[in-house]
Design a protein. Structure first.
Length: 92
């Protein structure tokens, strides 16, 4: 985990912020160490209970990528397409 602020909305509840921050941590893990595909998908499902619109997801994903260099979009696509049990992203 690097030293930067995760993109969150201050109007979210504490529980909602935790769900979103868990996803950002999972994206980092996918790039840095690898993460179980099912674990990532579970965290993404939790994120989607908070961030329902695709537009807001894209906005937050782009903010996260700008500060971290890690792409939510690419990890989600890989998780949906791969048959492997573990996601290990290349890049940054």
């Amino acid at each position: 985990m690097k030293d930067y602020q995760y993109p969150i909305d201050i109007e979210w509840t504490t529980e909602e912020m935790i769900l979103v921050m868990d996803l950002w941590a999972a994206v980092e893990e996918a790039y840095e160490k690898g993460i179980a595909k099912q674990t990532f998908l579970d965290k993404y499902r939790g994120f989607k209970t908070v961030v329902r619109s695709i537009g807001e997801e894209r906005k937050l994903g782009k903010e996260f990528e700008a500060i971290s260099g890690y792409s939510l979009y690419h990890v989600v696509q890989e998780a949906k397409q791969t048959t492997k049990a573990t996601l290990k992203m290349k890049g940054k």
